[in-house]
Design a binder for this molecule. Structure first.
Ligand code: GLA
Length: 343
């Protein structure tokens, strides 16, 4: 069937500022070349919708727009939320999803699939949805319908980012600035090839700790703070203290990192990336042995700094390498970490 409307959603790599977008902090994602494409066509032979993907053999025939607890939920949720927003009954449509974006390794495939589907629907129904509306709708689908409690970073990066400029976003005020990345250095992404077990529950557990710590300190968002006093530490459990420490210090790191980016200082920027990783590992508790190994190997073979990207619990790392060292660097990593894949 010929596609009548197409939407594309890009992935992102987060350079620094992890687990801050649901704590009112600042983040620094960079859009990447890999994307998800949604092709939509009319299909009068089906009552509701069908979904096909280049990653799976079987075409799914969806009889009713309701949650199934699998990847199709992003498309079903998009149809439901889009339909509700514009009072349209969505039916007799076929969706075909194809992707150059590896799924579930911390490069925001969830936001990319949702954004691509919403863009395809928007083109098809000619609704002129604004970027802000698209971001909000995509965010609602992931948080309310699919049920992973992330922040607004991925949707913003997918809709408003680009590959040459990092998106410095204040997730509380939603103000943002695009900042040029380094000319002579590359942000490489290495997939550790260990399945990310991003169980919603583990992610949401971390979020709960942040919320309970904020409540005990009488804050709306942890990122309102720049330090925790002795008196406040006594209010917190050990676990709460550790996540707070990561969040508060990471937010300060993001602000410094942006300045180093503007000052063209990759050395200092790289150091902050590695500090961010150590904090994610030690305090936030979302790294794995494999991610730590890749970060250590990368830094050992000449990267200026490295960290896990996205939620953690497996997935990929991002590492800062001088352009003329990239080929040698890749060789060394592949020799020493056989399962690694460069994205
Ligand atoms: C996931 C979420 C994002 C963000 C990151 C951690 O990718 O979707 O909103 O919270 O984790 O920085």
């Amino acid at each position: 069937m010929k596609a009548v409307s197409v939407g594309e959603g890009y992935g992102r790599v987060n350079l620094i500022g992890e687990h801050l977008d649901y704590n009112g902090g600042c983040v620094l994602p960079l859009q990447i070349k890999n994307s998800i494409i949604c092709e939509l066509s009319e299909n009068p032979e089906i009552d509701c919708i069908s979904i096909a993907s280049d990653k799976y053999q079987k075409t799914l025939s969806i009889e009713k727009l309701e949650k199934r607890d699998d990847w199709a939920d992003f498309i079903i949720g998009s149809c439901l939320f889009f339909g509700k927003k514009y009072s349209i009954i969505i039916k007799e449509l076929s969706f075909k999803i194809s992707s150059t974006l590896p799924l579930g390794i911390g490069l925001s495939s969830s936001a990319a699939i949702t954004v691509s589907t919403l863009k395809a629907l928007n083109n098809f129904y000619k609704k002129n949805m604004s970027d802000d509306e698209l971001i909000d709708l995509a965010y609602g689908i992931e948080n309310i319908f699919v049920g992973v409690g992330g922040g607004i970073m991925d949707q913003f990066a997918s809709v408003l980012g680009n590959r040459k400029q990092a998106l410095y976003l204040n997730t509380l005020s939603r103000s943002y600035e695009l900042v040029n990345i380094f000319d002579d250095y590359n942000f490489l992404i290495i997939d550790s090839n260990t399945k990310r077990i991003l169980s919603n529950s583990e992610f949401n557990q971390k979020k709960e700790l942040c919320l309970s710590a904020a409540k005990k300190m009488d804050l709306k968002n942890l990122c309102e703070k720049e330090f925790i006093s002795e008196k406040e530490i006594k209010l917190l459990s050990d676990e709460e203290f550790k996540v707070c420490r990561h969040v508060i210090e990471e937010n300060i790191r993001v602000k410094k990192a942006v300045q180093f980016l503007k000052d063209d200082n990759p050395n200092e920027f790289g150091k902050l990336m590695t500090e961010s990783h150590s904090s994610l590992s030690e305090y936030y508790g979302v790294s794995t042995d494999e991610l730590n190994e890749l970060v250590n190997l990368s830094n050992y073979f000449g990267a200026l700094g490295s960290k896990l990207t996205g939620a953690g619990f497996g997935g990929a790392v991002v590492t800062l390498v001088k352009n003329d060292k990239v080929e040698e660097f890749k060789k060394m990593i592949l020799e020493n970490y056989k399962k690694a894949k460069f994205v």
